[in-house]
Design a protein around this ligand. Structure first.
Ligand SMILES: *Cc1c(COP(=O)(O)O)cnc(C)c1O
Length: 482
């Protein structure tokens, strides 16, 4: 496909069924040299960058930099500059199409069509501050934002007049907000989070200078409530602020919310001495559609729930949703009343486009559409796990999850090609609605073919035992395979 840009045509999404992207080739504009130096095709630059992609602390790497060049004073050259910019953008689009095709490791649904919203791009839409309080800036989308929030409130079972929330810039901001609300409610509280919690939770602890206790996890990645109990009892004099994971980042493990609450109560923590924030960045949205699910609901004694908008829902820019109880926000905002009229959000300016994208997808897919997509994801995840195990590769899939954890491929080039997320000896694929059976087959065929060459000459140690990470029954190392 060198020399051609694919134009993506409507990845139609009707009733939860996904059609494969239709692509049409279009010639690339010619490459225009600037300052005498020829422009590299993106692909080539990428290959070079990969070889040098080690992280050097304290040093910024500028290998893939596209320099900003000052416009020429001479008007005659404007055409050339425009052609240069157009060629850079066309090549970049080409790269994006390619990288989108080979993406499996991050929980982003890359399948969407927001063509209907293109005309809104020329507006600077900003929902600064509290979504429920109008500011004097009129170019906002609060009507969409509140509509989306109401939908989530219904999903997580809290009445319209009892919740407060906002569309955040990402799942991290939701965690920062939820934990801040917890700390404002219980100023001397200790933050408890399982070891496998997202790094943003520990970042919150550092930012807010909170005492933080890490709780052990089970092999599945869920919080170990026996260890939680021991740690609670050791700190009985201080209230508890708990981050509960509705889907961990690496293993997709869902903490048992009911057991967490039970453990708190059994350890002598009454409801006014604990605050639970649910980090539902990925599964916060998928969970309600899974049978036998560990339901997230404000009918239980939880304080807040957050989710990412660009993960399962699919959105071209990062965003998220944060919902909490209105009484918490009233307490929090009155504390800072002397600073501003009502300063309730982490950020000041907020992306006003994001709520419109979410509103659009919620309207088009609705509860039923999401339900179908979740079922498809879980089915495809089971397919992937079964195929891996049949091929003799260690693999694990948690029951409520579409995250397939498996032996880390030995070839870093392969890992980068499929953009797998890795940690130690394990890697994962997160099956999102855009990950079709065909894509999984292509991935599996390539993995199985390449893997057979990684170990054949005996120069590399055989696949390591990953019992500790995924459990004996899922491990296919020389010791554990039957
Ligand atoms: C992705 C993720 C986050 C952070 O979300 P961002 O939108 O990337 O900021 C937090 N928690 C979990 C469990 C996640 O998977």
């Amino acid at each position: 496909m060198v020399g051609a840009v694919e134009t993506v045509i409507t990845p139609a999404m009707v009733n939860g069924t996904v059609e494969i992207l239709a692509v049409v080739a279009k010639p690339l504009p010619p490459v225009v040299a600037q300052n005498g130096s020829p422009i590299e095709a993106e692909g080539e630059g990428d290959a070079k960058a990969k070889k040098n992609r080690e992280i050097v602390l304290g040093k910024n790497v500028h290998i893939t930099c596209l320099p900003v060049t000052e416009p020429e004073a001479n008007d005659e050259l404007t055409g050339e500059k425009e052609a240069y910019i157009a060629s850079v953008l066309a090549r970049y689009q080409n790269t994006l199409i390619n990288r989108t095709k080979h993406h499996l490791g991050y929980p982003y649904n890359l399948d969407f069509d927001y063509g209907a919203l293109t005309q809104l791009q020329r507006f600077s839409i900003n929902n600064l501050g509290d979504p429920f309080i109008e500011s004097n800036y009129g170019v906002h989308s609060r009507q969409f934002e509140v509509g989306v929030l109401d939908w989530f409130a219904r999903l997580w079972e809290i009445e319209k007049n009892e919740y407060w929330g906002y569309i955040t810039n990402c799942g991290t901001e939701g965690n920062l907000h939820g934990i801040l609300v917890g700390r404002e409610m219980l100023p001397d509280g200790i933050l408890y989070a399982s070891r496998e919690s997202h790094y943003s939770v520990f970042k919150a602890a550092r930012m807010y200078r909170m005492e933080c206790v890490k709780v052990d996890t089970l092999v599945s990645g869920e919080i170990n409530c026996a260890d939680f109990k021991i740690k609670l009892l050791a700190n009985k004099d201080k209230p508890a602020i708990i981050n509960v994971n509705i889907g961990t980042t690496v293993k997709g493990a869902v903490d048992d919310l009911d057991l967490v609450i039970q453990t708190l109560e059994k350890s002598g923590f009454s409801r006014d001495r604990f605050y639970i924030h649910c980090d539902g960045a990925l599964f916060g949205l998928m969970m309600p559609f899974v049978k036998r699910a560990r339901k997230v609901s404000f009918k239980k004694p939880i304080g807040s729930v957050s989710a990412s908008g660009h993960k399962f829902i699919g959105c071209p820019m990062p965003c998220g949703v944060q919902i909490t109880r209105i009484e918490h926000i009233n307490a929090l905002s009155s504390n800072v009343e002397y600073l501003a009229s009502r300063d309730t959000t982490i950020m000041g300016s907020r992306n006003g486009h994001a709520p419109i994208f979410l509103w659009y997808t919620l309207n088009k897919k609705g509860y039923k559409g999401f339900q179908k997509e979740v079922q498809k994801c879980l089915k495809n995840a089971i397919y992937l796990k079964d195929c891996l195990r049949k091929a003799g590769i260690s693999a694990m899939l948690n029951e409520l999850s579409s995250t397939v954890v498996f032996e880390r491929p030995k070839d870093e080039e392969f890992v980068r090609r499929w953009q797998l997320a890795c940690e130690g000896n394990i890697a994962h694929v997160v099956v999102m609605p855009n990950v079709t059976m065909e894509k999984l087959d292509a991935f599996l065929n390539e993995l199985i073919e390449k893997r057979s060459t990684w170990y054949e000459d005996g120069s590399i140690a055989p696949p390591p035992c990953i019992e500790a990470e995924i459990g004996k029954e899922n491990c296919a190392c020389a010791l554990h395979k039957c």
